[in-house]
Design a binder for this molecule. Structure first.
Ligand SMILES: *Cc1c(COP(=O)(O)O)cnc(C)c1O
Length: 376
């Protein structure tokens, strides 16, 4: 009888007794929502990213949506984002009836090319959602200059980039409104959850009102000053978030180590291009480990080979404009963003998480080497 093959998943949360204890405290307190854990979570998160204000929400998507509401997006407006991102980066425009415009990416960083953003601007453009894809900081200074020149709102979708540094400072500390997310595959998790950070007190107050059905500060429970939403987080999730923030430095350090081990184990495999490295202005916080396969390698064959070896992978990421609802609604097709489309056809995420062991990483690397050799 053969032993069961190893099974290595794509991601795993990093939790321990501390989160259990904090959740129990909330359960026993009876304050399950709109309680003190949310304020504490927000204060600690704001401090962690160097922003003066933070407002917790039910998801990263909810945070993006609320910032689009505050940017005044409406039908007929256009908003620019990256085609090489998670669909939420563009869906937040559609919720307000605005039209998504995709600016192609840099082939190395996989983030929006500022020149493509500038070229995509029309008289109808109202906002830019920048994305720090796979945790690699976007070209924030260039994008802010473009936004200023054209009078556009700039929102940083930092949902994959908690802990990343741009020009030596945390993303979140540079002045832009930013959105963060806590789904279990992110650097830290609350199960479901998100955060908006801002340097503007009015924006902060409005996010806190809109997430809570548009209730005004100091008004009664049944007084609604604005069209709001139920985008609240609850105290149980906030408690998990507090526990995660307490160990955030350890989490980020361990993820750096996992990435460094992959750099060494995967270097030199013919046909495998490693993730773009940091430079003085860009220090990535590791969200996923995504390699690019050389042209001519059959990615589906690599995926099947790895699956047979018990190694989970994912095609991170399909280009948003080629998703079927985008094609149907806006007529987008192949060729719109060729650099993004090329990346989408060749990128592959391998197992990556805080507690991934060196032994499992060696196993993954051997499996990748064999899978790629067989798919040439
Ligand atoms: C995770 C993520 C989001 C938001 O995710 P939610 O599941 O809504 O919390 C938004 N943008 C990007 C780029 C993401 O990776």
């Amino acid at each position: 009888m053969s032993s069961a093959p190893r099974q290595i998943g794509l991601s795993a949360a990093y939790l321990d007794e501390r989160e259990e204890q904090l959740v129990l405290e909330v359960l026993r307190s009876g304050r399950l929502s709109l309680g003190p854990s949310i304020d504490r979570f927000e204060e600690q998160f704001a401090a962690a990213v160097g922003a003066p204000y933070a407002a917790a929400v039910s998801s990263g998507t909810a945070g993006l949506h609320l910032l689009c509401v505050l940017a005044g997006l409406k039908p007929g407006d256009e908003a620019i984002t990256s085609p090489f991102s998670f669909a939420a980066s563009a869906n937040c425009f559609l919720y307000e009836g605005a039209t998504p415009v995709f600016a192609d990416i840099d082939p190395n960083t996989l983030n929006m090319d500022p020149a493509a953003v500038e070229a995509a601007i029309t008289p109808r453009t109202r906002a830019i959602v920048a994305v720090d894809i796979f945790g690699y900081p976007c070209e924030l200074a260039e994008l802010q200059a473009i936004a200023d020149k054209h009078g556009l709102a700039l929102i940083d979708d930092s949902c994959e980039a908690l802990g990343s540094l741009y020009k030596g400072k945390n993303l979140g500390a540079h002045g832009q409104d930013a959105v963060w997310a806590f789904y279990p595959n992110k650097q830290m998790t609350t199960g479901e959850g998100g955060m908006v950070t801002t340097h503007d007190e009015h924006t902060w107050k409005m996010i806190k009102s809109l997430r809570n059905q548009g209730r005004a500060d100091g008004g009664g429970w049944l007084d609604h000053a604005y069209l709001g939403y139920n985008y609240r987080i609850d105290d149980i999730r906030a408690a998990i978030g507090i526990g995660q923030l307490e160990k955030l430095d350890r989490i980020l350090g361990l993820r750096d180590e996992v990435a460094e081990r992959y750099h060494q184990l995967l270097a030199g495999i013919d046909g495998v291009e490693l993730p773009w490295r940091d430079d003085a202005d860009h220090k990535r916080s590791w969200f996923v480990y995504v390699v690019k396969l050389a042209k001519g390698i059959d990615r589906e064959q690599v995926i099947a080979h790895l699956a047979a070896a018990g190694v989970a992978t994912s095609r991170y990421l399909p280009s948003i404009h080629l998703q079927s609802y985008m094609r149907e609604r806006f007529g987008f097709a192949e060729g719109l963003c060729p650099i993004s489309e090329d990346a989408s056809s060749r990128t592959l995420a391998v197992p990556f998480y805080t507690g991934l062991t060196a032994d499992d990483q060696s196993y993954v690397a051997d499996a990748v080497r064999a899978a790629v050799a067989a798919a040439h």
